[in-house]
Design a protein around this ligand. Sequence first.
Ligand SMILES: Cc1ncc(COP(=O)(O)O)c(C=O)c1O
Length: 442
Amino acid sequence: MELREHMEQLSRKDRFPFHMPGHKGRFPSLFGKFDPTELPGLDNLHCSRDVLRRAQNLVADIYGAAKTYFLVNGSSVGIMAAISALARPGDCVLVQRNCHKSVLAGLIHSGAMPVWIEQPFCPRLRHWLPPAPAEVSKLIAAKSIKAAVFTNPDYFGLAPDIAGLADICQREKIAVIVDEAHGAHLAWGQDCGLPKSAVTAGCSVVVQSPHKTLPALTQAAWMHINDAALAEGLQETLNIFHTTSPSYLLLSSLEFAGTWANAHGTAMLRRLNMLAKALYLRSRQLDLDFRQPAYNRDWTKFLLPNRRGLVKLLYSQGIYPELVQGDKVLFMLTMADALETKGIAALYRILPLIASLPGRPVVEIAPPPLPRQEITPREAWLRPGEIVPLHKALGRIARQVLAPYPPGTMVIGPGQRLEQEHVQYLQKLHAKKVIPQWLEVI
Ligand SMILES: Cc1ncc(COP(=O)(O)O)c(C=O)c1O
C-alpha cells in the first residue's frame, strides 16, 4: 500500500495547490466509501436509460446542449472518439498546429489527413496564438474539409474567436469539434470577462474536462453535442473507446460538478475574479507582470515570470504551481480557490519576495514553419519505425507523436517530413531537456 501511504502523506500536508484537479481537495464529500459497478439501479454508461441518462441530461440542460455524454478517460477519449466518428480515411481534417496529443491519436485512428493551421507565434509568451479566422477561411477555400478541431481555450488560457471560427466552418457544412478541456467553467464566467464557450457558440461537438476546472475527480470529463444528428454515432464510437468498467466515483463526481457549478458557479467566479484582480494588480506593481498579449484570455490561468530559486521558494510555502516551463510559471485558479481563499492569500503574500529574486536568462527558441505532411498519421503509424538520434532524423518522416507533457502540445506528428530547420529546432528543445535525444522515424 505504498502508493496509498504516499497519497495520505501528501493529503496531510498543508498545501496550496495551483494545479489540477479543479476540486483542489476542498470537497471531501466527493470521496465517499463506495465504488460500485453496474449494479441494479445504477444504469450502464454504454447505453444509459435510467439514472445515468438523467444525470447526463441534467448536465446537457445546464449547458444548453442537445446531448451530453459522461467520459471516464478525460477529454482525451472524447477528442479521439469525436475525430474517429466524424472523419474517415481520405477525409481532410483542419487541425491547429499546437493541438493536444489526443488529436493525433484521433487522426491515427480515423485515417484522416490533417490540414494544419499555421498560427502566429507570440515571442513574449513563447507560445502559439490561437488560429486566425482569415487563415482558416483560406485553408477551407483551398481544400475540401470534413471536420475542424479547435482548442478553446488552450493550456495557457488563450482563446480564439470561437464563434467566428464556428460560423466560417458551418457555412461550408464542416463539423466543428472543440477541445474545450480547459473550459468547463466558462459557462459561468460571461459577466467576468471569461472567453465564450464553444457550446454557446453552437459548435457541433465540445469536449470538456470538468476535472481540470470544476470540482470533479481526475479523468472525469464530458462531451456536449449541439448537432443532435451526430449523437448516435458518437455514442457508438465512445463505446468502443471507453473502458467497460467505468468508475462510478468519476461518474457521480460529474453529476456533482455540474449541479454544484450551476448553483454556485457565477458567484464563485465573481469572487475568484476579485481575488485574481488583486494578484494581477500586485504582480504588475512589482514588475512581475508577464506582459501577456492583448488577447481573448482566460484570466484563471495566472502566469508569473520564472526566477532563480522561485520553485524552492514556492514549495517552502506549500505552493504548488501547475507548470514551471522555462521562463514562465503557471498557476491555475479555480472556483475552489474562491471557496477557500488561503492559497491565493499565500501566493499574494509572497509576491514581493518573488520580485526580489534574480531573473533568469531567457533562451529564445523560435519554432520553424510546419513540416510537410507527407502521408497520413495512420500510414506513418502503421509502418515499421527506427529510433535514431535527432541529427540522423534529417530528411526522414516522423513515425511517433512528439508532444512533451505537460501540457502534451504537439511538436512533431506522425507522417511529417523533417527538414534541416526542424531537426535544429528539435536539437534546441533537447538541449533544454524538453524532449529526448531520439526520435522514431520511417
Ligand atoms: C488542451 C488540452 N486538450 C486536451 C487535454 C486532455 O485532457 P484530459 O487530461 O482530460 O484527457 C489536455 C490535457 O492537459 C489539454 O491541455
